[in-house]
Design a protein. Sequence first.
Length: 134
Amino acid sequence: TCVSKNTRLPVTNIITKLLDILIYLYYDYSMSIKQTGELQILTDQSYTEQELVINPNDGFDLGLMMTKTTVELEFNFNQKTFEPISANIIQKNECRVGTLELGNKNAAKLNGNTMVLLTLEDQEGNPKMIIGSV
């Protein structure tokens, strides 16, 4: 047993309370909106419309732990709207930190922007990834 505020509580009760707090903090953090810093665009014609590549350090900013994550991809540049597409965010160490690599088709949707921000929002199903201007 442990002594806490002059009350004896079994260690298991304390551990259970700590686990409850950690689970609450985890879900509170995981449900928030996450964003990268500024990312420079690198166009690579070998990538399809469904492939975006970032460095794992930038992926960590978004809370991504898997090397490949399926997202609902949207573009936000105050221009013609594009239908969201299902895409894969791929994390590769070969991609420089602070860089977003994508194919020509997606690069055309950037409205001439060479620097972007990625925003990841939790939602039912796949998370929403928004590519927006700096």
